[in-house]
Ligand binder design. Sequence first.
Ligand code: URA
Ligand code: CA
Length: 429
Amino acid sequence: MRMYDIIEKKKRGAELSEAEIRFFVRGAADGTIPEYQTTALLMAIYFKDMTDAETYILTREMTASGDTADLSALGDMTADKHSTGGVGDTATLIAVPIAAALGVKAAKLSGRGLGFTGGTIDKLESIPGFNTALTAAEFTAQVRRIGIAVSGQTGNIAPADKKLYALRDVTATVDSVPLIASSIMSKKLASGCKNIVLDVKYGSGAFMKTFDAAKALAEKMIAIGKSAGRNTAAVVSEMDTPLGDAVGNSLEVREAIRVFNGGGSRTLREMSVVTAALMYALAAGKDFEECRPLAEAALNDGRAFEKLREMIAAQSGDVSYIDRPEKFPTAKTVIEYKAEKSGYIFSTDCEKIGTAAMLLGAGRAAAGDKPDMSAGIVFNKKLGDTVEKGDVIARLYTGRNYDEALSMLDSAVKISGEKPNYKFSYVII
Ligand code: URA
Ligand code: CA
């Protein structure tokens, strides 16, 4: 088999065979196919798309390129959730404990922040002592014992995806539905859960800019999950403004604690409940509408918070920070961002907001940077709110770059006399 012929075939828009896709994935991963041919095929896929059958084979081959976990000994209630990446989105820290409180075996492998988006592992590391690097054996044992674990990916999960993702990143081939779907699902299939909930974002703070693109991606991922024998569902949700009020690591953990205590942002609370209810519905084989009030109750009566505490203690984190969040160190400098005129907050460029938080130190400018856990932005006014001239819209927490971040934030937030037509929305598919 020759890579040249595979590129030629996809260039003409034909469907690749199982043997051809396997040849490509193995050769790309082990380096026997040169990167110029690998990226030529990625670009051909970007333009000519892949059928569901091709995408499933691509996913399966990427999963098989590395280690896979077998959680079947834990039964059929194992569940994972995955977000395609957002800003101010700490729903995992709330949804996973709610699901665990309902009896789901919540086994979540999370990532670090990427570009302007935040990552759950970075947020959890703001809790002193918290271990985000469980071994596969520790991870499984903890899920078996207390029904909940959130850890970073260790070991050799889908190395073929790692290779392809790095090439896509520098050849403008990230935003392709079959390539994103296979990338995400190869890692979800490798991590072994029977039930998978996908949170697919669209809008100015997401990779997919429109609802239709996000829906197409969600449908593709659901088809892959089902082909692999996993119960899979998706929430397609809008990300035109940060989900919660806080953007930044310990600031988001503190907001999550406010949600457990009955406060925090309404949209963050809603997405957390919906995600948890969907995890439980899939795992227990129940109807979503029946599960939603149960998820709400587990959040409101403190059972979910108890699960969070149990998990933090099991992973060596200092639980006193969760009980007394004022213990988290605060940033050296706090700057108020005020409304330059009265009106409505008409639009917010969510990617710019994520970038402003990154500049303050909440994310990484280069791979290997260590985020400043106390840096970020907390909003006092959100998209659609009215403001008077001089009102504080947000506070910036930082030790660095505040001039640059402040002007980035100012270019992201538009105030107008016109009321925006905005309502947070999501669709379950
Ligand atoms: N996240 C992934 O893991 N892969 C993609 O391709 C995009 C987002
Ligand atoms: Ca402005």
